[in-house]
Design a protein. Structure first.
Length: 170
């Protein structure tokens, strides 16, 4: 019995090595697909009553780097312009902040499961620094990706929030 056990352990260990290699390669391959600057094409929200709407923050970019980082910035293009560049009114300042989304994070890709996690390091809202934002992804060809915000991050009546991104090309 001992001889069998000794041979089994190395074979199982070898099997574990071979089973993790393709998984690691798929993670790397998926990470390479993300690396780029992406332009926001649409952001559609589905509500609890079944209707859909476009999110007002509809102009934006997201950048994924080959170092495992990302940055996102987007805005509501209908924000009112300020009367003064130096000192906006309280209402103007509020519309400037609420009409802007921005954060940077380290990235963790879970290719097999189909999601990416953004570990927030910089955020427009200081309360969100340190959060882990989960996004379910679907590549729609080589130059288009859908990122669906994970359900726990949504606020009622929103039950689904999907951003469609297109790779920026020359």
């Amino acid at each position: 019995m001992r001889a069998i056990k000794r041979r089994t352990v190395p074979i199982l260990a070898l099997g574990a090595i071979f089973n993790t290699t393709p998984h690691a390669q798929s993670e790397d391959a998926m990470a390479k697909q993300f690396v780029s600057m992406w332009r926001l094409v649409s952001r559609t929200q589905r509500l609890a009553d079944g209707t859909t709407r476009q999110h007002p923050i509809s102009v934006g970019y997201i950048i994924y780097t080959d170092t495992g980082h990302m940055c996102y910035v987007a805005m509501n293009p209908s924000r009112p312009k300020w009367k003064s560049e130096i000192a906006p009114t309280p209402e103007e300042a509020l519309s400037g902040i609420t009409g802007l989304g921005a954060y940077c994070a380290t990235v963790e890709i879970h290719a097999k499961e189909g999601f990416v996690v953004h570990h927030v390091e910089i955020e427009r809202s200081p309360n969100r620094v340190g959060l882990a934002r989960k996004r379910w992804f679907t590549f729609q060809g080589p130059n288009r990706v859908a990122l669906r915000i994970d359900t726990p991050e949504l606020n009622p009546p929103v039950v689904e929030d999907t951003l469609i991104w297109e790779r920026v090309q020359k």
